[in-house]
Write a protein that binds this ligand. Structure first.
Ligand code: GLU
Length: 267
């Protein structure tokens, strides 16, 4: 059992578009419904929960009847603007079933890099949590541009680690379409083994994940390991696990050995 995980109180959960949509497009209502149930129950059990959710672009595409991601920046940002409202509407519907207040927080990198603005954001998060609300965070895609690289988080893995650090969270749980970090790419090699625990993020671990900045890593793990590294530096435990069965979040936070656990603290 992972005793340190059992003791975690303030938890940031990150979920990606692939876990919120069906492979052929369209919202995965079953998963969104379970997410609302599990997070509402965790909140009632005394945890403080923050959700970092992607899905704005995916849900916007669905609403606009697009089968492919747009390839211009203006269109991508417009699609995200359509989808973000829809995303929050669906969350509001499901969370309200459990009488669980939620709040939308859209962040940009320059806000998080700015001492006063980030302090302000932190205060809002803390106030929401003290009111018992679950903040739901995404990047403000409408104004974060890919063209100005330093103005953008770029992916919600990094964003989730920065939010967890800002809030001095105890744990960051990244739900992915892969069940954790494997010693080889599990999609290419059936003998790939799940690495259950990472105490130190060595060069070897980064290489397995595909190295920083690479999107070709073992199951798209590169940005997740970068996130675990940011969290680790701030003393936060990170678990990368499958988003297939959302109810597993209960077991993960009960300390069961599920997914890959990156120890908080140290290198
Ligand atoms: N902010 C993007 C969205 O909501 C997702 C970015 C990511 O998945 O990393 O569609």
């Amino acid at each position: 059992m992972r005793k340190r995980i059992q003791e975690c109180k303030r938890i940031v959960v990150k979920i990606g578009t692939s876990s919120l949509t069906h492979p052929q497009g369209g919202m995965n209502l079953r998963k969104i419904e379970r997410l609302a149930f599990v997070l509402s129950d965790l909140q009632r059990s005394g945890k403080e929960v923050v959700l970092v959710s992607s899905g704005a672009i995916g849900f916007g595409m669905g609403r606009l009847g697009l089968n492919e991601r747009p390839n211009t920046l203006a269109e991508t940002q417009a699609v995200a603007a359509v989808g973000q409202g829809r995303l929050m509407q669906v969350y509001e519907n499901f969370f309200s079933t459990y009488n669980q207040p939620i709040a939308q927080i859209l962040l940009t990198k320059d806000v998080m890099d700015h001492p006063i603005k980030s302090e302000n954001a932190k205060r809002t998060f803390q106030t929401l949590m003290s009111m018992g609300a679950i903040p739901i965070v995404n990047e403000n895609d409408t104004i974060s541009t890919e063209e100005i690289e330093e103005s953008r988080f770029g992916d919600n893995d990094t964003l989730s680690a920065i939010v967890a650090s800002l809030l001095s969270a105890d744990a960051l749980v990244i739900l992915s379409d892969i069940a954790g970090l494997y010693d080889q790419d599990p999609r290419k090699n059936a003998n790939a083994k799940l690495i259950e625990e990472v105490e130190t993020i060595t060069q070897e671990i980064q290489d397995i994940a595909g190295g920083p900045g690479s999107s070709q890593g073992t199951g798209g793990m590169a940005t997740k390991v970068v996130a675990a590294k940011i969290a680790k530096k701030n003393g936060i435990e990170t678990i990368i696990s499958s988003g297939e069965n959302i109810d597993q979040l209960f077991e993960i936070l009960d300390g069961k050995a599920i997914g890959t656990w990156f120890h908080g603290g140290g290198e």
